[in-house]
Design a protein around this ligand. Structure first.
Ligand code: ADP
Length: 268
């Protein structure tokens, strides 16, 4: 609030007028707090792998380089932390791209099934490494959705990657697509279901926040950045899609994205 007193009373006049200007700064302050919190999180996330890289490099220079038993382990650790930094920087670039303006997206008609298939092919080696079965239960007729092709793949990649990542050895990840005809128009839903640990009810809304992880140590160990689902949420909003999560502890999770359908491309 700004308070300004003006005018000095002349003899015989009453007290000076007081002008009170009230600005609602709560929203601005909230935004500022979010920004500060984001930078503090980013700094922390960058500092951890950097400190590890520095420590391993110093240990190598101080003699471990000549110790054949340890030097490979240390070099592999350096590589692992470098990959972590790389993933973090890529995710942050995504966020900055999404936030800069919606103009950065080339929104046009995109083949949904093709987009899912591309992601499944790219993630197949990851699933194989854990002996996770990767299934695509496709019940759609080549629908086209309005989206940015790269952004659409980012949604599916993040959801399928998480499903594999949090699945136990020999688990199953199922991607299911189906169409719903509602009075408001046709919609297409893509579900990604895993047989992983599930997400407790009280954390289900929070997992879409930046850097929020149910189990920080486990996410780090699995190479997570804590940014994937916040990117999925943001992109879904840009493409007019709704995003839902259904999860039961020890049973698994289903992430569900529903897009408005432009047209069924039977020719494709
Ligand atoms: P991360 O890089 O840590 O996986 P995300 O933003 O993708 O970050 O996810 C946030 C958190 O949500 C994860 O750390 C994890 O705790 C939880 N999570 C996401 N997907 C799953 C899943 N399929 N099964 C269980 N937990 C999940």
């Amino acid at each position: 609030a700004t308070v300004a007193a003006f005018g000095t009373p002349l003899p015989g006049e009453t007290a000076p007028g007081v002008l009170i200007v009230l600005h609602d700064i709560s929203e601005l302050r909230q935004l500022e707090n979010m920004r500060t919190e984001f930078f503090s999180n980013v700094s922390h996330e960058l500092k951890t792998p950097l400190a590890a890289i520095q420590a391993y490099a110093e240990t190598l220079l101080n003699g471990a380089l000549n110790d054949p038993e340890h030097n490979t382990v240390f070099l592999n650790n350096i590589l692992q932390h470098t990959e972590r930094l790389h993933d973090l920087i890529l995710d942050m670039m995504q966020i900055s791209r999404i936030e800069s303006s919606t103009d950065v997206f080339e929104i046009h008609e995109v083949h949904l099934e093709q987009s899912i298939n591309t992601c499944l092919t790219a993630l197949a080696p990851q699933a194989e490494a854990k002996n996770v079965e990767l299934k695509f239960d496709c019940n759609t007729a080549n629908p086209l959705v309005l989206a940015d092709a790269e952004g659409l793949r980012t949604i599916f990649e993040n959801l399928i990657d998480n499903a594999i990542k949090y699945s136990p050895q020999n688990g199953t990840v199922t991607v299911r697509s189906y169409q719903n005809n509602s009075p408001d128009g046709n919609e297409v839903t893509v579900e990604v279901t895993d047989t992983g640990p599930g997400i407790p009810m009280e954390y289900q809304a929070r997992v879409f926040e930046r850097f929020y992880r149910v189990d920080k140590a486990r996410s780090r160990e699995l190479g997570g950045t804590g940014l994937g689902l916040s990117i999925v949420k943001h992109l879904s909003q840009v493409f007019g899609a709704s995003l839902e999560l259904e999860s039961k502890i020890n049973k698994g999770s289903t992430f569900r994205v529903t897009f408005p359908v432009v047209i069924d491309d039977q020719q494709y």
